[in-house]
Write a protein that binds this ligand. Structure first.
Ligand code: PLP
Length: 357
């Protein structure tokens, strides 16, 4: 599919950031975006890279009323030699299409997804920061734009990709987070949309997050929605617990987002000589194992925060420190290895990196 590149005038160019240490996350966007449309009976049409600008949308558009929306998140890294690399973008393309199917949206041809990102990132390369820990965050999105208040799948969609230069998540070094195990609200139930990257999951989770923040916690850890007993995941991160050399994580059972970082951690940890187990984790047992010191480390994994150490886990008025409360050896090792591969400092023996033209 042909992707047209529309001109970008001088006045459409934004003032670039000057201080990479002030970037933060997702506040600033580059000069251009990729847009394609899908219409029933026509399929994908009019793929183009155009100046970044607001959409003009009818207030009746279905996305505003019934949340027919999906998204992805991946990063482009600027290597020391000036080349640009993406990390496993095919995985995002496939997951995006699984999300699309679940939400009754059209699949985006993998070629459009991958080539579109490639060309957009390449055009916007001067926006990619290069200091340690920084990257270009890529946000593919699809929204239902048919103006119609009846409940049914839309017959018109926008697929678009925007880019945001982002700062180092740990500008001042690793900071272990304190996490509250949520026992009132639930995020997902079997048969629902827990494994789908859709905005509605996030809207439904805001209240729990806000209440946890008010109490001084950084994030919430979700339990399964049926028994409220088994560990699922945190906000936008999958969770891992180390028992010495053995690392456990919850299995993907339809209610957990299948993280690409999660899957990469599973493979990397094995290569680094750790034992990995995907199994149900009972919250009471986990708390008991933290109390007795059997759990030596805990960390979360996700594209935005890479690997995040957990300092304390809190459940029903009890807060327990994990290990020394700092950054564990395994956590550090996985962070170094993963970011080493992403930034070209370590050999990519898995073939995970895809260079941008
Ligand atoms: C995106 C996301 C993750 C992390 O997935 P990655 O592919 O590793 O970035 C985890 N949980 C939720 C709910 C997410 O939306």
């Amino acid at each position: 599919m042909e992707i047209r590149v529309l001109p970008l005038s001088e006045e459409q160019k934004k003032t670039k950031y000057t201080d990479e240490s002030q970037l933060g996350f997702g506040k600033l966007f580059t000069d251009r975006m990729l847009v394609a449309e899908w219409r029933a009976g026509q399929g994908w049409i009019d793929a183009r890279i155009e100046p970044y600008a607001p959409f003009l949308l009818d207030p009746a558009c279905m996305v505003f009323h019934y949340a027919q929306e999906i998204f992805e998140g991946l990063k482009a890294y600027c290597w020391e030699d000036g080349s640009i690399a993406l990390f496993r973008p095919e995985m995002n393309a496939r997951r995006f299409n699984r999300s699309a199917t679940r939400m009754c949206m059209p699949e985006v041809p993998e070629e459009l997804f991958l080539d579109g990102i490639d060309r957009l990132v390449s055009l916007e390369r001067e926006w990619i920061p290069s200091s340690p820990g920084t990257s270009l965050y890529i946000r593919p999105t699809m929204i239902a734009v048919e103006p119609m208040l009846g409940v049914k799948p839309s017959d018109h969609f926008y697929f678009y990709v925007i880019l945001s230069p982002v700062g180092a998540y740990y500008a001042a070094g690793f900071k272990p987070v304190n996490i509250l195990v949520e026992d009132k609200y639930v995020r997902a139930v079997p048969g629902g949309t827990g494994e789908v990257k859709t905005g509605a999951n996030y809207a439904a989770s805001l209240k729990a997050g806000l209440e946890a923040k008010t109490k001084g916690y950084d994030q919430v850890l979700w339990l399964d929605g049926v028994e409220r007993r088994f560990i699922e995941e945190v906000g936008a991160m999958n969770m891992f617990f180390a028992y010495g050399d053995k690392i456990i994580t919850a299995p993907l059972g339809g209610t957990i987002l299948p993280g690409i970082t999660r899957q990469s951690v599973l493979l990397l940890a094995l290569e680094l000589g750790y034992m990995m187990e995907e199994r149900q984790i009972d919250v009471d047992e986990l708390m008991a194992d933290i109390r007795t010191g059997k759990v030596t480390e805990a960390f979360g994994s996700g594209t935005a925060a890479v690997i995040t150490p957990v300092g304390k886990l809190c459940y029903k008025d009890e807060c327990i420190q994990i290990g020394e409360g700092g950054v564990g050896t395994i956590t550090q090792k996985l962070y170094d290895t993963l970011t080493g591969i992403q930034t070209g400092k370590l050999t990519d023996s898995f073939g995970w990196v895809r260079k941008v033209a």
